[in-house]
Design a protein around this ligand. Structure first.
Ligand code: MIC
Ligand code: SF4
Length: 646
């Protein structure tokens, strides 16, 4: 039987288990990436593993999230990361060099390789034919130490692309269409593999936009073939030797095939407050726009920037619009400057932001109260922009540029009526390349002293799982609670290396009293429990969404369903992820109910897959199930991965 691309890469990397769909396998990781907001904790955990040097083919530590540097915290983290990289054989990408996913695609991604990154948008690498997966920092630390990465051997869904995009319709509209079809939930354990004739019409940056935002569907990753177009991209990066062809076999078997006709697509938007709320631009046009932000790891490539620059050439931003542009990397910035794109942007009135996450993670450029903000980024969760009542719409660079000119949501196809021609921008044959902002590690870094400023804390420790969980329901939340709801990023992200402080912001957007309550419950000797609806833990890979609850004494989360990375993070920090056997039982529980889960250790150590929970307040009982591998169970019993490894 023929193989899919996913199977080809995974089967050559399996070190543990057998490739059976739905079963756990361990795979060898060739490359890792970290970013600073998840990286400090990942490297503190790596240090605790006492391995003298990383064992991967390549590990890169990027600084792109916390680059605002108000106060000493960010800069402390950067210095710590720089010294750790030099000591342990890791390439260090300095602040200013760009957003990890964009830079990794440009300089390091290799078709056929596996990449594990402590950021949920690591699947961007799928645009170049990698199996690139987002994970918690601890899993990345284990991979750097040479350990396997465990995942459920996935189902493969083929997204069969037919036809060719019409002018003014972009790769962003393709992934927004995918989100409309698949939504943000129910796709755990699947990989999207793109194929069909339409693939040949998409450049690598287009493909990377699509694989990047596959993360919003909750799939393990997304992947494109590695073909002549991939080769051209690598050649333009001076890396054609890194190219290998990677196509599915003609008789490859997929679990499902979904057709998307590119020729029939039109400009779309993800409307507030979920990347899954898709509407046609035609249906929302005319809405006044206060802010337009172009950039983020989804749409900040050379072609994205040059497209916008070309639409805006010799024009001026609408007076009611605040217009921000953040090129994705120093390479993009240098190349658009050389090719005059930057002068068009500046003269149109763009505010140029650093090549970093910036507005996308809400640590700068928060819009005004109640604003409508059009962004080319990938997430529009409530409050993520830093302004709680702002309405963020996710759109293509073309649609964003149209609003810059008109001040209202505008179908970019209508720009033709104003005499603006569709700019078909192509990639240069050869990019201007300058790798000066990478610091390569010395051959022997053993004498390097690690710099620990006052912002660098210790990873908090956990105790083994108790025999009986005696808890109070600290919070009951609804469906689609994202990690942005659990623990905010933005300006609070500077406390990532200081877990006690960062924990004070748990569930801030949903219920600012959470921390106080959790502390009270913990101090009273009870455990904390979180009750949740469908698709709990969507979004980012931030392990602080598990680590901080662990620190506050949360022992279990009971949800209707849970997302992959967050579930893995809960396990890694010794919190047991449970699901309602009967989803209706969710309704019978309230905040402050006292729950008891007796003999949970014994149940985990045995063959059981479900356990009874007593609701002592309501005098009722209900059943919860746990889907855990033998290894997961051992980790939870030990009180988390670090205890287990030791
Ligand atoms: C995000 O886009 O939400 C982030 C910030 O990049 C996160 C990582 C983090 O929280 O540090 C992600 O995507 O994993
Ligand atoms: Fe950075 Fe935004 Fe991409 Fe996350 S989604 S890595 S915050 S640019």
């Amino acid at each position: 039987m023929g193989k899919t691309i996913t199977e080809k890469i995974l089967t050559t990397h399996i070190t543990q288990g057998t490739p059976e769909k739905g079963k756990e396998v361990g795979i060898k990781i060739d490359q890792t990436l970290t970013q600073d907001a998840t990286g400090t904790m990942a490297y503190l955990q790596f240090e605790a593993m006492n391995v003298p040097k990383v064992k991967t083919e390549l590990s890169v530590s990027y600084v792109d999230h916390n680059t605002v540097q108000i106060g000493f915290e960010n800069a402390d983290d950067h210095r710590y990361l720089q010294s750790v990289a030099a000591k342990y054989g890791i390439v260090y990408s300095r602040a200013g060099n760009g957003i990890c996913h964009q830079v990794h695609l440009e300089r390091f991604g290799k078709p056929g390789k596996t990449l594990l990154g402590s950021d949920s948008h690591t699947p961007t690498g799928g645009g170049i034919g990698m199996i690139a997966i987002g994970a918690g920092g601890l899993d990345v630390a284990v991979a750097m130490a040479g350990g396997p990465f465990y995942l459920t051997y996935p189902k493969v869904i083929k997204i069969n692309l037919i036809g060719k995009l019409k002018p003014w319709v972009a790769a962003k509209d393709v992934i927004l269409k995918v989100l409309e079809i698949f939504s943000t939930k129910g796709n755990v354990g699947c990989v999207f593999e793109y194929g069909g004739e339409g693939v040949k019409t998409l450049s690598v940056p287009d493909r990377a936009t699509i694989t990047n935002m596959g993360a919003e569907c909750g799939v393990t990753t997304s992947v494109f073939p590695s073909d002549e177009i991939t080769k051209q991209f690598l050649k333009a990066q001076g890396r054609e030797n890194d190219w290998v062809e990677l196509l599915p076999d003609d008789d490859a078997v997929y679990d499902k095939v979904v057709d998307i006709n590119l020729s029939e697509l039109e400009p779309l938007a993800a409307t507030p407050h979920s990347p899954g709320n898709i509407k046609k631009i035609r249906d929302i046009q005319g809405l006044p726009v206060d802010q337009v932000c172009i950039g983020s790891c989804t749409n900040s490539s050379y072609t994205d920037m040059m497209t916008v620059a070309s639409i805006l050439k010799d024009k001026t931003v609408h007076p009611n619009v605040s217009f921000v542009v953040a090129p994705g990397s120093k390479q993009v910035l240098e190349n658009i400057t050389r090719d005059s794109g930057m002068s068009s942007l500046l003269s149109a009135g763009a505010r140029i932001a650093e090549s970093a996450c910036g507005f996308c993670i809400g640590n700068s450029q928060s819009p005004k109260s109640g604003a409508v903000s059009l962004r080319t980024s990938n997430r529009n969760f409530l409050g993520r922009s830093g302004t709680k009542d702002a309405n963020v719409y996710l759109v293509s660079p073309e649609t964003a540029a149209a609003a810059v000119l008109t001040g209202v949501i505008t179908d970019p196809r209508d720009l033709e009526k104003q005499g603006i021609k569709y700019p078909k921008m192509t990639m240069p044959k050869k990019f201007h390349i300058n790798d000066g902002m990478f610091l390569l590690p010395p051959k022997d870094g053993s004498n390097i002293k690690i710099e620990r400023g006052p912002n660098i804390g210790e990873p908090p420790k956990n105790t083994p799982l108790p025999e009986t969980i005696t808890a109070e329901v600290t919070i009951k939340v609804g469906d689609e609670i994202t990690t942005d709801h659990i623990i905010p990023a933005g300006a609070k992200m500077k406390y990532r290396s200081n877990v006690p402080k960062y924990s004070e912001f748990l569930f801030e957007v949903v219920d600012p009293k959470f921390y106080e309550r959790a502390k009270k419950i913990k101090d009273s000797g009870l455990h904390n429990i979180i009750i949740a609806g469908l698709s709990y833990g969507q979004g980012s890979s931030r392990e602080h969404a598990a680590l901080c609850p662990m620190y506050m004494g949360v022992k279990a989360v009971i949800a209707k369903s849970m997302e992959r990375i967050h579930k893995a993070n809960l396990i890694n920090f010794g919190i047991i992820p449970l699901t309602f056997a009967n989803k209706d039982d969710y309704t019978g529980i309230d905040q402050a109910d006292k729950l008891e889960i007796a003999n949970i250790r014994t149940m985990l150590a045995g063959k059981e897959t479900s356990v009874k929970v007593k609701n002592k307040t309501k005098g009722k009982e209900f059943t919860v199930t746990f889907e855990l591998s033998e290894r997961d169970k051992k980790i939870i019993l030990a009180g988390g991965s670090l205890n287990y490894i030791k």
